[in-house]
Ligand binder design. Structure first.
Ligand code: SPV
Ligand code: MG
Length: 442
């Protein structure tokens, strides 16, 4: 469904839509998650965040379009693109419309400022409006150019902002509706809503009204809705919130030097992961990546003590026995690393202080003397998420065995040394060792 169809459907419901100004995909996602009805791709906020420049037609159509596309891709709610003056004359407006349709936004808003426009609230700048007819021509061109039937064109008049009075504002609003605008925005910089309320009473109501309460910021949604507004745009509060939050956090870290000094005013990393969709990515990895590509954790129980191995293990656990210049544990870690397994947990017990290889997470089974392997393995229970490989701490193995094991798609896969029995038959197996019992089905 095109984004425009969503906006049309939302407008059919009773009550005013509450739409919030975003400056990028992230802020748009937050607006959606906060439960608002739509996103306003704000020229003011995008100029500030993308290039840190004034809102005065310095941002090009394509720069703004790119952000709008990012926003539209990040949310499922309607997106209204603030297209300033439409980036030129009526013909430029036509391209502006088609670009926005393709970018997946629901509507554009074009204002009757001369190009280059200036933000409605800059105090000491020149303000001129284009003639009514010219703006009507832009609206007609926009409506003629659209190919998505539900796409909407919001006409905005800056008559009140430019000080041209209520009569002119109303005249323009009516003319723009007559020219085919799907909604009209009469912008005001009054500190109260009264000015607009008076105008709304005189308004013919032939198309919905859009209101931007940036300056009359103490007006409730209910009041604006009752006066006749159908779309309320909170245009720039998120970018202003971001500036303050960033500044305060930066001051804190600059003074304290520990990044954690800001912990109680910043979100956690997992919160960021959640917002940007890491959980979905994890699911997709499981569903679509070949087996072996995902994160695997290896758990190596190495807690036990076997007195038969004395005096070899007098001062160290079995896994630290040296085999041709490398310990058994070093060999196991190297084999795992070669298979791209970097998450390794070792359970220590007997002579635990001797085991100190880097890049390993350690768990201790201090009851190793009166517990068995299973108890040791479960000392590392927090590690048992996703694919987990458990290997004894006293075995040396060929990496091809590991590779084969990783290719298995079974829920549980065991690697068994079938040569053991031959070994026993030939009298080669140490008599004090009992092999683990495994029964093989045919
Ligand atoms: C914008 O967000 O860019 C707007 C609304 O045009 S306002 O800045 O309040 O004029
Ligand atoms: Mg704007």
């Amino acid at each position: 469904m095109h984004n425009a169809t969503k906006l049309r459907a939302a407008l059919k419901k009773p009550g005013a839509l509450k739409v919030v100004g975003a400056h990028d995909a992230l802020s748009a996602r937050l607006i959606e998650r906060a439960g608002f009805d739509g996103v306003w791709a704000s020229g003011f906020a995008i100029s500030a965040s993308l290039k840190c420049i004034p809102d005065a037609s310095f941002i090009t159509s394509s720069e703004q379009l790119e952000v709008e596309r990012n926003i539209a891709e990040a949310v499922n709610i309607p997106v209204i693109a603030d297209c300033d003056t439409g980036y030129g004359n009526a013909l430029n407006v036509m391209r502006t419309v088609n670009d926005r349709e393709r970018a997946g936004v629901a509507a554009i808003c074009i204002e009757d400022n001369v190009y280059p426009k200036r933000c409605s609230f800059y105090a000491g700048v020149r303000r001129e409006l284009i003639p009514i007819d010219e703006h009507c021509g832009k609206i007609k061109a926009a409506k003629a150019a659209q190919t998505v039937p539900d796409f909407m064109v919001i006409a905005r008049t800056e008559a009140l902002i430019a000080g041209w009075g209520q009569e002119e504002a109303l005249k323009r609003a009516e003319a723009y509706a007559e020219a085919g605008a799907d909604a009209v925005l009469i912008h005001s910089k009054s500190k109260t809503f009264d000015e607009l309320k008076t105008l709304y009473r005189a308004w013919s109501r032939r198309v919905p009204l859009v209101v931007v309460p940036t300056i009359f910021d103490q007006t409730t949604a209910q009041e604006m809705e009752q006066a006749g507004a159908k779309i309320i745009i909170y245009a720039n509060q998120p970018v202003r919130a971001a500036i303050r939050a960033m500044r305060e956090t930066l001051d804190l870290i600059r003074n304290d030097t520990r990044p954690g000094a800001a912990n109680d005013r910043i979100v956690t990393l997992p919160e960021v992961y959640d917002i940007v969709g890491v959980p979905q990515m994890e699911q997709d990895e499981k569903a679509f990546l070949p087996i072996g590509g995902e994160k695997i954790t290896a758990i190596i129980p190495a807690a036990g003590f076997e007195k038969q191995l004395l005096p070899l293990i007098e001062d160290k656990p079995k896994c630290l026995l040296d085999i041709k210049g490398k310990t058994i544990l070093e060999r196991a870690v190297a084999a795992l690393n070669e298979a791209n397994i970097k998450e390794i947990a070792v359970i220590r017990g007997y002579k635990k202080e001797a085991i100190a290889l880097p890049n390993i997470r350690y768990y201790d089974n201090d009851r190793y003397e009166d517990t068995g392997e299973l108890f040791s393995i479960f000392c590392a229970e927090p590690e048992m998420k996703g694919r987990t490989i458990v290997l004894y701490g006293d075995i040396i193995f060929d990496t091809t065995i590991l590779e084969k094991l990783l290719k298995s798609s079974a829920d549980f896969a065991l690697v068994i040394d079938l040569a053991w029995q031959d070994h026993v038959d030939r009298g080669g197996a140490p008599s004090h060792l009992n092999p683990d019992l495994v029964t093989l089905a045919d």
